[in-house]
Ligand binder design. Structure first.
Ligand SMILES: C[S@@+](CC[C@H](N)C(=O)[O-])C[C@H]1O[C@@H](n2cnc3c(N)ncnc32)[C@H](O)[C@@H]1O
Length: 241
């Protein structure tokens, strides 16, 4: 795995994009920037064991380098499931396809280069949408979640993970502090942390838990629970009844 040193040099800030350089270090970046990244995948697998049936289709929208689907295919190996990962970064999709080949999952998992907001979705039982909604323009989030709701079959489940903000300013500061400490603990320097934060300004726009819940409810999801929270990182499970 290539170590993430993208923001190591004190260069002028540029907006964050999911380009070749980011794709190259992305697995390391996720592991060191998203608290409990692997744990959330394993917990999702645990949840899905109860939902997934033979013949199901599982989407991962904003799949980046494909790690969640490769892991899920292993966790759910007793089920005959088809997987589709979608991402609009060619560099990410190329890495994901290579990984599927390396893990001999290429016959079971397709990785498609596509814009998730406009690509049609086949009827499916599960959609993963992890740390990606936060990168979509706020106005496009409601229609996008509605599209997912419509693609899901009754009994289907959406797993949504997001960085969140707290409306409580003191708690919000504590959450951010805990996250900064997490990043320091992962070996990121103050310069790297500051530069990345500047690069993500206005690119990653987090909503609160309540705002995300409202969006899910407006899309049609009447049942929604959080199944994971680490300070300002939250995972929701929303079911289409
Ligand atoms: C933080 S990463 C997602 C991480 C991934 N879900 C995981 O759990 O490993 C966000 C991904 O969303 C993709 N993305 C952002 N906007 C997109 C869009 N409109 N269509 C498709 N992919 C998009 C980016 O290219 C990037 O790979």
């Amino acid at each position: 795995m290539t170590i993430d040193r993208l923001f190591h040099n004190n260069n002028d800030a540029v907006d964050f994009t999911f380009n070749d350089q980011v794709a190259e270090v992305f697995d390391d970046m996720l592991a060191r920037s998203v608290p409990c990244y692997r744990q959330v995948i394993d917990m999702s697998g645990k949840l899905l064991e109860a939902f997934v049936r033979d013949g199901d289709l599982i989407y991962d929208l904003g799949c980046s380098t494909g790690r969640p689907l490769i892991a899920l295919a292993e966790i759910l190996k007793s089920k005959k499931v088809r997987y589709i990962g979608m991402d609009n970064s060619e560099a990410m999709i190329n890495k994901a396809r290579l990984k599927a080949l390396m893990y001999s999952r290429h016959n079971q998992i397709d990785f498609d280069l596509a814009d998730i907001t406009s690509a049609p979705l086949e009827p499916c039982r599960t959609v993963l949408l992890n740390y990606t909604l936060q990168f979509l323009r706020p106005v496009s989030r409601a229609p996008f979640l509605k599209k997912i709701y419509e693609a899901l079959q009754p009994g289907g489940i959406l797993i949504l993970s997001e960085k969140i903000i707290s409306p409580h300013s003191c708690l919000n500061r504590c959450f951010i502090q805990a996250y900064l400490d997490f990043k320091r603990g992962q070996g990121y320097s103050e310069i790297e942390i500051t530069k990345k934060r500047e690069a993500l300004e206005n690119i990653l726009i987090p909503f609160s838990i309540a705002e995300n819940r409202d969006l899910l409810a407006a899309a049609g999801f009447t049942s929604c629970e959080t199944f994971f929270q680490w300070f300002n990182f939250v995972s929701f499970a929303a079911v289409k009844e």
